[in-house]
Structure formats: structure tokens, C-alpha cells
Ligand binder design. Structure first.
Ligand code: SF4
Ligand code: SF4
Length: 474
């Protein structure tokens, strides 16, 4: 794919790497298929800004309640015991990223990464206030004047406003958003809220306003590892050298207008082959297609294509010959994603209102009482996840004559706290047939909607060998 080789060109030409010493004044291209895709995927981030304002049953629908150690997601509340659901969510997101990278390279970077999206919005504002790249260069070099101060101040104020809004929104996922706004305006917000706001505002302002593509080049860890996920069938923006180059017989389609380079947000010349700075945003494709349209030549001189397609002329149809989905690693990724999503759905639909566990005391395993009965001690561990206090009745079932002591039915179960309750189960030896006898604990309580909350736990009652002998004697 790469027509520049160390033997035919200077080493510097081989990889066009922006070394960070100069600002990339990318020309904005406002028309084209990939430009539209970029706006669409960027607009999905609006959900991030609006989600904290959604109310559900009178409270914030999405809330990480750190002091209460719970996560609210509409009608579902996840407690620390359910953290595996969130872990699975992160796991499935990571593997979705791996699968997408294997199929289409850094497409996540180009279309959805917050760094790219915020940078795109910041440069859009810059373009509107300062004009096209040539004007921007002139303005930067011009001496300070009232006009320059006015434009620069306005631009930085708008950037700061977006950065502040991003920071407040992030903090709003951890506390009630309306309370948070009031607290900020009255300077009553807790230190953690101010620190979060400070970090987010400065990082967004610095990264999207100044560092921009340098973050993709030098700071992003994902950019470093994504190379191992790509192979000959991964589709990425690529320059078709067969079409572009002029030969003795025909004139190539590339007219060397350099529009593809001018619009690249990372300053890459895609005609020199794949570069590590390419975030696969497709803007060079839009630019080149617009040139081809004007020239009356077929689009696709730069296009999403795999190395196999460019080298072997393989059909670019994604789901057939390009082996996008026929690669074992993609299928493995998809299976892992499917398994994780199934686990998430199971977890979200099977969150019990009460977590009820019974631990058998090991020291001692049993006690012989003065009346001849055998006693086992257990610790009941109850977590009330309903959001309101519960009056729970706890009973035990097993052999005839089984009794439960130590529990003051009904027990008041506080919200969210682990309630350890020591209890004693007693059985007359004549009613025990084995050393290990199954017993079942039952917790029942009235839920907020009047429906009964029930939870059962199976355990063992342990008796000495003698009890069995006594029964045989009787
Ligand atoms: S080379 Fe093309 S696809 Fe890659 S970052 Fe530049 S404009 Fe985007
Ligand atoms: S935009 Fe197309 S025609 Fe112009 S330099 Fe780039 S590849 Fe060549």
C-alpha cells in the first residue's frame, strides 16, 4: 500500500509524523458523508450532558451515590454486591472497542472519542470566530490589537464555558444535579465537587483547545496498542496508489491539490501510506471525493479499504470477501461481548430487593443443651436494597420440632447496611437422622407496593454421631 519506501525516498518522507512543534491549522470541510457521520456520533455526547436532568420516581434517574454506596439506574439500584454488573459493562465496552478496531481501525478515535469530539467542537468555534486556516495564521502572527484581543477573548471564554459545563456534568453524576448547580452558585459545594470541576475544566480546555491532535499522537495509550489489533483485512482510510499514480500510459487521478492533507485534523498525508497519527476520521475521503466530483472522475481515490483489497484487488464488500466477520479473532470478540451482555441483562433483571445469607458458626459446630437438645449457631447476613426500612420475619424449617432462637421477629432491617444477626437453631436428637441435616431459612417482609418480599437460604444442621445412636436406641 505504501508507495514511499526507504529506498525510493528520504527517511522523513516515509512516515509523516507531526512532531508537535507546530500547530495544525486544519481546513474544516463541512460537507461529505464522513463529516455527517462525525456530527451524528458527536451529537450522541449530548446524552452525557442531558442525562443527569432525567428524573425517575422523584429522584435522579442515573446517579452514582458514593456515600450511600449504590448506583441508581432508573428503577434499578445496584449495590456494591452487584458491582460485577458494572464490571461486565466495562468488559463488554472494552471488547467492543477491540472488535471495532480489528474491523475498522481507529474508527472509535475518529468518530466518538471525547478528545476528538471536543477538539472538533473547539476548532469549529475557532473557525467561526477566527476564520479559515490562512486567516488564523495571519491573526496569530499579527501584533496585539483591540480586534485580536476581542476575538481571542471571546474564543477562550466559549471554550472555558464548554469545559466548565463538561466538568459540572461529570460531577452531576455523583450528586443531585439541581442541588449541585445551586451549591456551585452559592459557593457551598463540597471540596470534591470543586476539585472535580477544576480538573475537568483545565483538562478539557488544555487538551481540546491547545494539545488537540498531540494527545492522539503522544498521550493516548489506546493509540499505542491498537496496531496489534489490525491486520490485512482491517479497513482504514487509504490512498489507492494504482489509481493515483501517473504512468507512461495514463495520467493518474491525483492532481496533487493537497486538499486531503489540508483537512486532516492530525496533519497526515494519507498518500504516503498509513501513519500512526491517522485517527481514521474519513475527512480526507470527503475532501478527495469532492475533488473527484469536480473533475468528473469516480470517487474513492481515498477510501476505506483493507491492505488485502489494495494489494490483491479483492472485492471491498465488507461481509463477504473482505473477511471482516470471518476472522476468528472478530468472532471471539463478538462471543465475549454477547456473553457479557447476557450477564448484564441477567444481572439487571435479577437484582433481588434483599440479599439474604446464612453462615454456619464453625467453632463449635454444635452444642448439647442441658435438656438434651442439639443447638447450632448461625449468623444471618441481610442487606436491604429496597431503599426503605423493612420489618422482616425470619423462620426456619427442617426436621420436626425445629426451633429458632435469637431473632426478634419482626426484625427491623436498615437500608443498605449489612445486618449480622446471630441466631440459634435447636432440634431434639430424636428427630435427627443424620450428622448433616438440611435446614431452610426463610425471610419474608412486606414490600413498598404491598407485595411480599421472600428470600430463602439453604444450610445444614450439624449433629454429633451420638444423636443418631440415641435415635436408634429409642
Ligand atoms: S489521514 Fe484522513 S482519515 Fe486519517 S486522520 Fe487525516 S483526515 Fe482523518
Ligand atoms: S485530495 Fe485527492 S486529488 Fe487532491 S491531493 Fe489528495 S488524493 Fe490527490
Amino acid at each position: 500500500m505504501n508507495t514511499f519506501s526507504p529506498s525510493t525516498s528520504k527517511p522523513d518522507d516515509y512516515w509523516h509524523v507531526n512532531t508537535g512543534y507546530e500547530t495544525v491549522y486544519a481546513k474544516r470541510i463541512n460537507k461529505g458523508r464522513f463529516r455527517t457521520y462525525k456530527w451524528f456520533t458527536a451529537s450522541l455526547w449530548l446524552i452525557y450532558f442531558f442525562a443527569p436532568y432525567i428524573r425517575w420516581n422523584g429522584t435522579q434517574a442515573i446517579l452514582f451515590d458514593i456515600p450511600g454506596r449504590k448506583f441508581h439506574l432508573f428503577s434499578i439500584t445496584l449495590w456494591p454486591q452487584d458491582i460485577w454488573v458494572l464490571s461486565l459493562l466495562l468488559f463488554s465496552m472494552a471488547f467492543t472497542l477491540f472488535a471495532v478496531t480489528t474491523i475498522a481501525g481507529r474508527v472509535f478515535c475518529g468518530f466518538f472519542c471525547f478528545q476528538t469530539v471536543w477538539t472538533d467542537v473547539f476548532t469549529f468555534i475557532e473557525d467561526k470566530l477566527e476564520g479559515a486556516p490562512s486567516k488564523r495564521r495571519r491573526l496569530d502572527k499579527a501584533p496585539w490589537s483591540f480586534q485580536k484581543i476581542r476575538i481571542k477573548t471571546l474564543k477562550h471564554l466559549v471554550w472555558l464555558l464548554i469545559a466548565v459545563l463538561t466538568g459540572v456534568t461529570f460531577a452531576a453524576y455523583f450528586t443531585d444535579v439541581f442541588w449541585l448547580w445551586r451549591a456551585y452558585f452559592r459557593f457551598e459545594a463540597p471540596a470534591a465537587a470543586w476539585i472535580t470541576l477544576g480538573i475537568f475544566t483545565s483538562v478539557i480546555y488544555l487538551f481540546a483547545g491547545f494539545l488537540r491532535e498531540q494527545v492522539c499522537f503522544w498521550l493516548c495509550p489506546y493509540a499505542r496498542i491498537q496496531g496489534v489489533m489490525c491486520d490485512r483485512d482491517t479497513i482504514m482510510p487509504a490512498y489507492d496508489t494504482k489509481r493515483g499514480l501517473s504512468t507512461a500510459d495514463k495520467k493518474g487521478d491525483c492532481i496533487n491539490c493537497k486538499l486531503c492533507v489540508a483537512v486532516c485534523p492530525t496533519g497526515v498525508d494519507i498518500r504516503k501510506g498509513q501513519a500512526e497519527g491517522c485517527i481514521t476520521c474519513g475527512l480526507c475521503i470527503d475532501a478527495c471525493n469532492s475533488v473527484m466530483d469536480r473533475l468528473g472522475r469516480p470517487e474513492g481515490l481515498i477510501r476505506y479499504a483493507s491492505l488485502r483489497e489494495l494489494e490483491e484487488g479483492d472485492n471491498p464488500r465488507i461481509f463477504k470477501k473482505n473477511k471482516i466477520l470471518h476472522r476468528p479473532r472478530v468472532l471471539v470478540y463478538l462471543l465475549i461481548i454477547l456473553a457479557s451482555l447476557s450477564g448484564i441483562v441477567y444481572g439487571l433483571t435479577h437484582t433481588a430487593p434483599v440479599d439474604f445469607k446464612v453462615l454456619h458458626e464453625r467453632q463449635p459446630l454444635f452444642v448439647l443443651l442441658s435438656n438434651g437438645n442439639i443447638q447450632n449457631k448461625y449468623i444471618l447476613k441481610i442487606i436491604n436494597k429496597t431503599g426503605r426500612e423493612l420489618d422482616a420475619t425470619i423462620t426456619v424449617s427442617g426436621p420436626d420440632g425445629i426451633t429458632l432462637a435469637g431473632v426478634s421477629n419482626p426484625e427491623r432491617i436498615m437500608v443498605g447496611k449489612v445486618m449480622p444477626i446471630p441466631v440459634f437453631v435447636r432440634i431434639a436428637p430424636g428427630n435427627i437422622e443424620r450428622e448433616n441435616t438440611p435446614v431452610r431459612f426463610l425471610l419474608s417482609a412486606a414490600g413498598a407496593d404491598g407485595r411480599e418480599i421472600r428470600s430463602e437460604y439453604n444450610s445444614m444442621f450439624i449433629a454429633p454421631e451420638k444423636a443418631k445412636q440415641r435415635k436408634e436406641k429409642n
